[in-house]
Ligand binder design. Structure first.
Ligand SMILES: Nc1ncnc2c1ncn2[C@@H]1O[C@H](COP(=O)(O)OP(=O)(O)OP(=O)(O)O)[C@@H](O)[C@H]1O
Ligand SMILES: [Mg+2]
Length: 248
């Protein structure tokens, strides 16, 4: 369904080119659920951003059902059936929750605003609320997830859906994502949560900007524990070399 073929990503920050992703080979099949996991800063959200067209890769191509979509922007990709729920959702000032959901549902069939209820927000209380700072972090995150559920695209990418969601609602959230997964959809969940890693078909471990391992929980879990113990990543070692002559 979705394929990332030999993806490289470099971002220019303050005139300096920073390598973010390299040698990314990933294919996501229809009907399957995947988890992307790995240390903070390893490149998980950047992979999602490349898939969604927010970041243009420096090298490589993105394919959807065999079609090269590398040059397409976010809107076009959304229309083609890729949806992304941000790790830190933007707050579109002046837009109401109902406007956001209606926009999302434009290209989906048969869904309605009751999707809010599924993720634990009463529609009567929230539909007319404005997407601004008056909404709490957890509320805005839930609305973001509800929007992706309402959009119901063929490829759904949830970026740390558990972030900011209280423990009591977490199980419900997992159930909603699992229950809404269909035979013809691909669900990719970026997560650090063991419960999410347990529910997917395949776990993909991202380390230092690339895929270091993929497989089921039993294969990946020992590696996750090992990388959690390793505090000196490549970037740290580079820093050490860079600052080797500096007085401490
Ligand atoms: N726009 C940007 N400008 C500068 N650096 C960036 C930018 N986007 C990503 N990065 C850097 O790229 C690296 C990967 O970031 P990314 O957000 O993909 O990590 P992540 O694996 O999602 O981490 P986390 O688990 O903390 O969400 C980080 O070092 C980050 O600082
Ligand atoms: Mg991230």
């Amino acid at each position: 369904m979705l394929k990332l073929d030999n993806i490289y990503l470099e971002l220019v920050v303050e005139g300096r080119s920073i390598p973010i992703l390299h040698d990314i080979e990933l294919d996501f099949q229809a009907g399957k659920m995947y988890a992307l996991t790995g240390p903070n800063g390893s490149g998980k959200s950047s992979i999602a951003r490349v898939a969604m067209g927010i970041y243009q890769p420096t090298g490589g191509k993105v394919f959807l059902n065999g079609e090269d979509i590398t040059a397409m922007g976010i809107t076009e990709r959304a229309r083609m059936g890729i949806g992304y729920a941000f790790q830190q959702p933007p707050r579109f000032k002046g837009m109401r929750v109902v406007d956001m959901l209606e926009l999302a549902m434009k290209h989906s069939d048969g869904l309605n605003c009751q999707v809010l209820r599924q993720i634990g927000l009463c529609p009567d209380d929230y539909l007319d609320r404005t997407l601004d700072n008056s909404l709490s972090g957890g509320e805005i995150k839930r609305i973001e997830i509800a929007t992706l559920l309402a959009q119901n695209p063929k490829v759904r990418i949830f970026d740390e859906p558990e972030a900011g969601i209280d423990l009591w609602s977490f199980e419900q959230l997992i159930d909603v994502i699992g229950d809404s997964h269909r035979e013809d959809t691909t669900t990719v969940i970026i997560s650090h949560q063991e419960k999410i890693l347990n529910m997917v078909d395949e776990i993909i471990l991202i380390e230092e900007g690339t895929v270091s391992m993929r497989g089921n929980r039993d294969k990946i879990w020992p590696q996750i524990k090992e990388s959690a113990q390793c505090s000196c990543r490549r970037s740290c070692r580079l820093e050490e070399e860079l600052y080797a002559d500096c007085p401490r």
